[in-house]
Design a protein around this ligand. Structure first.
Ligand SMILES: NC(=O)c1ccc[n+]([C@@H]2O[C@H](COP(=O)([O-])OP(=O)(O)OC[C@H]3O[C@@H](n4cnc5c(N)ncnc54)[C@H](O)[C@@H]3O)[C@@H](O)[C@H]2O)c1
Length: 311
């Protein structure tokens, strides 16, 4: 199947991607929408007329955004706590046109576990979003052409999902691998939703936003940056000039969440506003989506692993 292309270059902003798109009456949830890429995603969606709920651990932190933008409401959600996810879903009423699974943590230096005993990066980046999507399935189904957008990362190129020890219980905890694995799981989540819920009309895609200076990268040192391939073609570590702005980083996210150009696209992975080629993952690979991130068997196996956790 040919790769989906769009007219937007890698430096297009979220507002440019939605220019001329009318999202009036469309209801969208953005997790982690009170900072970084989430804020720019919310701004662009509201700018196109959508009614956006910012799902955030700390609703007070989202209040300035809600004041700035009419059409934004805030709601409490801690993705690392499944009881919080359940409460959020129980409070939601009416159709949901798009879920943007954006919140994330990166490279927590020490292994932490959640109240339910899951390793924190996997729990926040993947499991909480899985539970959220499952809890909101009925609301998605009730909308017209609903979409789930899962924000992954180029880090998915660095590690497949380790089904033998996903929580680092039997091997030393590695912050880098734990993040990479969680971002592979994010792509598998989009593939899994696409496979299981296509009959309900729900589309799901995943994306990498690029490199953007946000709070997320606060735990990174130069060695880690190198390991993630955050360097230019000459091997120099990225300088500020190589980073995208948050508004550029949010572009692929809103493209997947709301652009009519992608009305019939599901189960795919995008970066720089274009669909990515499927490649072999590994330490030197700089772009594309790893085979292990889109393997249907791995998506099914991960779903089966996570489903019982929801009870
Ligand atoms: N910034 C980059 O260069 C980059 C690169 C690749 C992928 N990403 C991905 O983009 C997404 C957004 O990251 P960002 O760069 O805007 O970082 P950010 O730190 O500004 O935003 C992350 C958001 O997630 C929220 N969050 C963290 N734990 C949570 C929890 N338990 N429950 C609810 N919310 C929680 C944070 O409060 C924050 O609002 C992440 O999924 C990240 O992995 C970012």
């Amino acid at each position: 199947m040919p790769l989906t292309t769009t007219p937007f270059g890698p430096r297009a902003t979220a507002a440019e991607v939605l220019d001329g798109v009318d999202l009036s009456g469309r209801r969208v949830i953005v997790t982690g929408g009170a900072s970084g890429l989430g804020v720019e995603t919310v701004r662009a969606l509201v700018g196109a007329g959508a009614e956006v709920t910012v799902a955030t651990r700390d609703p007070a932190a989202a209040e300035p955004l809600a004041k700035e933008l009419p059409g934004v409401r805030t709601a409490a959600l801690d993705l690392s706590d499944l009881s919080s996810v359940r409460a959020f879903c129980a409070d939601w009423s009416g159709p949901l046109d798009a879920l943007v699974a954006n919140a994330g943590v990166m490279m927590l230096p020490n292994r932490q576990v959640t109240a339910q005993g899951w390793e924190m990066q996997l729990a926040t980046n993947y499991l909480g979003h899985f539970a959220l999507a499952v809890g909101l399935r009925g609301a998605l189904q009730a909308a017209d052409r609903p979409r789930v957008t899962v924000v992954s990362s180029g880090a998915q190129l660095r590690a497949g999902f380790d089904f033998a020890d996903p929580q680092f219980e039997h091997r030393p905890y590695d912050p880098f691998l734990a993040y990479a694995q969680s971002k592979t799981a994010d792509v598998l989540l989009a593939v899994g939703i696409s496979r299981r819920w296509a009959d309900h009309g729900i589309a799901a895609n995943a994306c990498a936003p690029g490199w953007i200076h946000t709070n997320l990268t606060r735990h990174l040192d130069p060695a880690t940056m190198r390991a993630f391939g955050a360097m230019d073609a000459d091997g120099n570590l990225l300088t500020p000039a190589h980073y995208k702005t948050p508004a550029q980083g949010a572009a692929t996210m809103v493209l997947l969440a709301a652009s009519p150009l992608l009305d019939r696209v599901s189960g795919r992975y995008f970066e720089d506003n274009q669909e990515s080629e499927v490649v072999d993952g590994g330490p030197e690979v700089m772009s594309g989506v790893a085979k292990w991130s889109v393997a249907p068997a791995a998506a099914d196996r991960l779903w089966d692993l996570a489903q019982p956790v929801l009870g």
